[in-house]
Design a protein around this ligand. Sequence first.
Ligand code: NI
Length: 136
Amino acid sequence: MVYVTRREIFSASHRLFNPGFSDKKNEEVFGKCSNPNGHGHNYILEVIVAGDIDPETGYVIDLKLLKEIIHENVLERVDHKNLNIDVDFMRGKIPTAENIAVGIWNVLESKIPSGKLYSVKLYETENNYIEYKGKQ
Ligand code: NI
């Protein structure tokens, strides 16, 4: 199995809160991330596709194509957006990195034309990242 990775960067804002919690509980659970007016991150997204090498092209997936698929289906929907309000696939979800990674996986999974989506990694900060590999 060969693994192909495309890395992208996008900027987005969010506020972590659960509308079912009281203000106090939201503050306890989410701390500064629950500030009412939100805050932003420069997210790093890594999309990994796994598959066999096509003997005719030498590719698992053409990285130019993978880039276009990520731009069209993910970046155009999230870059410079408010993840609580603007992004259809995040509606009704708390925009933690976990939920964003799963949302991106769900958007991309059926769009990969060769090989299979293997992993979505989302770095929210330099030191914190989430990896989702689909339902096991
Ligand atoms: Ni945050």
